[in-house]
Write a protein that binds this ligand. Sequence first.
Ligand SMILES: [Zn+2]
Length: 141
Amino acid sequence: MLEVKGIQNGIVLDHIKAGNGLKIFNKLISREVNVPVVLVMNVESKILGKKDIIKIEDRFDINLNVLGLIDENVTVNIIVDGELKEKKKVTIPEKLKGYINCKNPRCISHFDNYVEPEFTLYDREKLEYVCSFCDEITKFE
Ligand SMILES: [Zn+2]
């Protein structure tokens, strides 16, 4: 089995369904984080069969909301001084800022740089959100 060095301080995202690790990395990590990150894919898991793991060193301010959108089963482990300090589950957020763009091409959020797109959860199963500016429904993908 592949051994990966544990981290002293940072976040370990565990129980990511195999395949979602890369998605989380692309959507969230690569654009927000510039510290050492380890992505381990297809690790044997008793619960999931195969899983992915992401380790992020020296960062604690990861957007858990977006994690929930990609994979609701992720466990977030907060590591401080080499010890597990906290375990968190992620959820699908009721409100979303950024991360999706309104589907309506005439929506003000596309034209006004001072306006941050804001969305409210509309359909939990389909991951659909309502734009707070134009009421258009946009799906998270
Ligand atoms: Zn809109």
